[in-house]
Design a binder for this molecule. Structure first.
Ligand code: GDP
Ligand code: IMO
Ligand code: MG
Length: 430
């Protein structure tokens, strides 16, 4: 069946965008199914760099049709600016090519203000959100008073819905957080103008993709964030408010069961996280600085959306095994193997220890990892640069041994390995 799903297996920023771009070469449709513009997916094609936040990364290929599903929350202002930037970079953006689900919810300026106020109120317990209004927009959705794209199509009803929405969030802002209220007419002006520009793009994404799948066309579903940021299965409460895991592709696009073929788990060769929450294999000091980079290289570990330095550590196979289970991952795509070049030794966390007991798998999910000590296996590193490797045989023996050991310990094949950010810097393993 022709649905492939790309998910991140860690805390986001695994390099999903670059693999979606690669796989999109053989796909008819590309579809984003969760999250919002909290995501930042980077794609390098020759001299051009694309930073995508809402639009699926596969749009960079001229033959694809792109869709944003009902599981996504859309800030119309950032969507319009992304559409404009892509068009200026020579990517065709028309209603025939870009389809927005009528059932996707809107992120409004009121949601942004609430995200800011809530984070400030959390103090030391802050989640470290991207401040893009994600949590409040999904809260509106779940509490059944959100605004959907379809609402924009009826001017009069949309007007009263927006005014009510701002009024209701203003009450929270002023009563709960002592924050400044928003001017509802200003919010209306902004949303109305966006509605006029987006109206032609609103479509039934579920019908579009289901029909395509039934006709045997290939659909590539692109997840944002990562498994450990999943609202249900991640390191709750330090999570995002959507479903980045594979099942989210079905609910977030409106697809029935049974079409899926490959579930590709994109995994960084080490572990990174931006924002608060548990991170058992986290490093600091010189090793961390080497893994993170200084920020000079575009791929150094600083957030695409917020510019924050990412926390870094060794690859955690307890968490990876968990992600494989939660998603039903059929293959792994390993990124940034080139960053490990030059380390004398590389450490792989194979299991945890607590009260002298060994844990290969999590006891009660990943939320409370306090008291679990990561236990490492030490593997020899490799001194060679590997950015020009294109075949398995061109990788140093120790790099191959690292990949084989990961496969062995998580019992899933690594099918793709990237050794640099460019489209062609990939080793396919058969
Ligand atoms: P995403 O959110 O999962 O799509 O990942 P991001 O785009 O936020 O972060 C991944 C970063 O690593 C981007 O800057 C990519 O260009 C870069 N990248 C991806 N794969 C590789 C790789 O194999 N090697 C190097 N050096 N950089 C990579
Ligand atoms: P991509 O798709 C990495 C993190 C935030 C914060 C938490 C909640 O590029 O992998 P939110 O704004 O969603 O309410 O923040 O989730 N986060 C990400 N971290 N990559 C992302 O997206 C992220 N999107 C959200 O840093 O810890
Ligand atoms: Mg990212």
């Amino acid at each position: 069946m022709p649905l492939d799903i790309v998910v991140g297996t860690q805390w986001g920023d695994e390099g999903k965008g670059r693999f979606v771009d690669l796989l999109a070469a053989e796909t008819d449709y590309v579809a984003r199914f969760n999250g919002g513009d909290n995501a930042g997916h980077t794609v390098h094609v020759g001299p051009q760099t694309f930073k995508l936040h809402l639009i699926p990364s596969g749009i960079v290929h001229p033959h694809t049709i792109a869709a944003i599903g009902n599981g996504v929350v859309i800030n119309p202002r950032t969507l319009l600016s992304e559409m404009k930037n892509l068009a200026e970079a020579g990517i065709l953006i028309t209603p025939k090519r870009l389809h927005l689900s009528y059932a996707a919810h809107l992120i409004t300026p009121a949601h942004l203000a609430l995200d800011r106020a809530q984070e400030a109120a959390r103090g030391n317990a802050k989640i470290g959100t991207t401040l893009r209004g994600i949590g409040p927009a999904y809260t509106s959705k779940i509490s059944r008073n959100g605004l959907r794209l379809v609402d924009m199509l009826d001017r009069q009803n949309f007007h009263s819905a927006v005014i009510d929405h701002v009024h209701s969030i203003n009450q929270q802002l002023t009563n709960l957080y002592q924050a400044e209220p928003l001017e509802s007419n200003q919010v209306w002006d902004e949303l109305y103008e966006a509605a006029e520009q987006l109206r032609a793009y609103v479509d039934d994404v579920s019908a579009l993709l289901s029909e395509a799948l039934q006709q045997g066309r290939r659909v590539l579903a692109e997840g944002a964030q990562g498994t450990l940021l999943d609202l249900d299965h991640g390191t709750y409460p330090f999570v995002t408010s959507s479903t980045p895991t594979a099942a989210g592709a079905l609910t977030g696009l409106g697809l029935g069961l049974g079409y899926e073929e490959r579930v590709i788990g994109v995994t960084k060769s080490f572990q990174t996280r931006v924002g608060s929450g548990p991170f058992p294999t986290e490093l600091d000091g010189i090793l961390a600085e080497r893994l993170r980079g200084t920020g000079e290289q575009p791929w150094d570990e600083f957030g695409t959306t917020t510019g924050r330095p990412r926390r870094v550590g060794w690859l955690d196979l307890v968490l990876l095994r968990y992600s494989v289970r939660i998603n039903g991952i059929t293959e792994l795509a390993l990124t940034k193997l080139d960053i490990l070049s030059g380390f004398e030794s590389i450490f792989l966390c194979t299991h945890y220890q607590k009260n002298k007991q060994e844990f290969k798998n999590l006891l009660h999910g990943p939320s409370d990892l306090s008291g679990f000590t990561p236990i490492y296996e030490t593997l020899p590193g490799w001194p060679e640069e590997i950015q020009s490797a294109r075949y398995w045989e061109e990788l140093p023996t120790n790099a191959r041994a690292y990949i084989l050991r990961i496969e062995e310990l998580v019992e899933v094949q690594v099918r793709l390995v990237s050794v640099g950010p460019e489209r062609e810097q990939v080793v396919e393993i058969n």
